[in-house]
Design a protein around this ligand. Structure first.
Ligand code: AMP
Length: 222
């Protein structure tokens, strides 16, 4: 009798675990995306160090870190429903893997597994990668910054000037995130823009990411 009660309890626990996993992977939803673009010079200048892909040194341009589904309350879903990765050739150019630890598919798989799976009800894997690439192409960050006199020349620029230039050039508010090089200089690391839940259009951000930057930051040569 005691044994069968234990058995039922264990079965119930297993069932609950399955149900909670099912609701995480099926019922997710999200409110908008962050499109996060990265300056490769800053990634390479830090404790990350970096390795170029087999195609050689990437173009001197911003590259995608990710397209991240987010909730309007500031939290975000992750790891929703993993499937095998399908490649998108444009990613070699615009979503560059710079890690020395892994090959490039590992980075793309990580981004799909952690973030892309949570918008799968709207964008299948191919559409998800395509959406990130298309939005990136709509706003040429480097061109906008250079037109405002902000160049990747190792000089220091005010974060406010960088964000104002992107707002003026794209029409949308961007948030800059920073990292430090090995000497402790704060650098322009990533730029967050917000994208509607369809993955098609830029929007004003429902939640502004918390900024971790000095007022004046370096824009490294790459
Ligand atoms: P996430 O979990 O989406 O915030 O991504 C963080 C992970 O992505 C970390 O392991 C980073 O080292 C890695 N990562 C970020 N940028 C790159 C890049 N350009 N190439 C390869 N890995 C990257």
């Amino acid at each position: 009798m005691v044994k069968s009660s234990w058995f039922i309890l264990v079965e119930l626990l297993l069932l609950l675990q399955c149900l909670s996993h099912f609701s995480i992977s099926q019922g997710q939803g999200y409110d908008f995306f962050y499109l996060v673009q990265q300056w490769p010079g800053s990634f390479c200048d830090t404790k990350f160090s970096c390795c170029y892909p087999t195609t050689g040194k990437p173009a001197t341009n911003f590259t995608i870190h990710g397209l991240w589904p987010n909730y309007s309350n500031g939290s975000y879903p992750y790891g929703c429903n993993r499937i095998a990765l399908m490649m998108e050739p444009r990613m070699e150019v615009s979503w560059v893997s710079l890690s020395c630890k892994n090959n490039e598919t590992t980075f793309w798989t990580h981004e799909w597994d952690k973030h892309g799976t949570c918008s799968e009800s709207v964008l299948d894997q191919h559409s998800y990668f395509e959406a990130a690439l298309n939005i990136k192409d709509k706003v040429n960050l480097l061109q906008i910054l250079e037109a405002a006199g902000i160049h990747p020349d190792d000089k220091f620029y005010k974060v406010d000037d960088i964000e104002e230039a992107i707002k003026a050039g794209s029409g949308y508010t961007a948030t800059v995130q920073c990292n430090s090089d090995l000497s402790g200089n704060a650098q322009l690391f990533e730029v967050y823009l917000c994208v509607d839940a369809s993955g098609k259009d830029l929007i004003e951000c429902p939640v502004i990411p918390t900024k971790k930057c000095n007022p004046s930051i370096q824009f490294p040569i790459f």
